[in-house]
Design a protein around this ligand. Structure first.
Ligand SMILES: [Zn+2]
Length: 227
């Protein structure tokens, strides 16, 4: 699962919880940030094999710290606590259930990976591996990613009050993510090394976080001026 993860970030954002969209963009990929970091450190293991599955070249054969069910729950709880702590230090930002929402957003990564991944997600440590393997079916997996993303953005647009330029920007962002997913799924390319892939994860995911940050800035100044 790739851009489909961001559906949860878009869907989770509401007027009530006031969680910044960029925070949710980190949350839904939090496990992959840990994974990419551990791959770069040589602690978790990844093979990049052309045609490994129809929809992905990633054979992530050892990732017990970032992608086991038990550690996924632990990272989710940690992220929720961290969010609450940071918010309380910056008084007034925190809304009820926001930490829980952040925790659920982090855990959603594992749940969505479970659908796409071949049987490589351990329940704990490196054992009892599960995965429904939708990556073996390229078109349905692609369709699911885009359908999820579209639903997420529709929820984002309907649950949050925003000026028209911001709505348009959110839709354009969705289209850009779709194009990136088309590139990832359908455009043939050579397999990168494990480290280069992990670097790519860091760079692309962080780029999306930056875009989410600026997306939410659109129209803010005008609202301030108008008030
Ligand atoms: Zn993952």
């Amino acid at each position: 699962m790739f851009v489909g993860h961001y559906s949860v970030a878009f869907a989770a954002k509401s007027e009530r919880n006031k969680i910044p969209l960029w925070v949710l963009f980190i949350a839904v990929q939090f496990l992959d940030y840990i994974w990419a970091t551990l791959v770069l450190l040589g602690i978790e293991k990844l093979r990049v094999i052309k045609g490994f599955t129809a929809g992905s070249m990633l054979d992530s054969y050892f990732h017990p710290y970032s992608h086991s069910l038990v550690t996924a729950i632990a990272w989710s709880a940690l992220a929720a606590l961290l969010y609450k702590m940071i918010c309380s230090q910056h008084g007034g930002l925190y809304r009820k259930y926001a930490a829980l929402t952040v925790g659920v957003a982090v855990f959603s990564h594992w749940a969505l990976d479970l659908i796409a991944h071949p049987r490589d997600l351990p329940i704990y440590d490196d054992t009892w591996k599960v995965g429904f393997g939708l990556w073996n079916y390229r078109d349905p997996e692609f369709a699911l990613e885009i359908a999820l993303l579209a639903c997420g953005i529709i929820l984002y647009l309907s649950r949050n009050v925003m000026p028209l330029p911001k709505k348009v920007a959110a839709i354009i962002f969705g289209i850009v993510l779709t194009v990136i997913q088309i590139g990832d799924t359908y455009v043939p390319r050579e397999a990168l090394t494990d480290k280069a892939t992990a670097m790519g994860v860091w760079i692309f995911y962080t780029l999306f976080v930056v875009v989410a940050f600026f997306l939410e800035k659109i129209g803010n100044r005008r609202q301030v001026n108008a008030s």
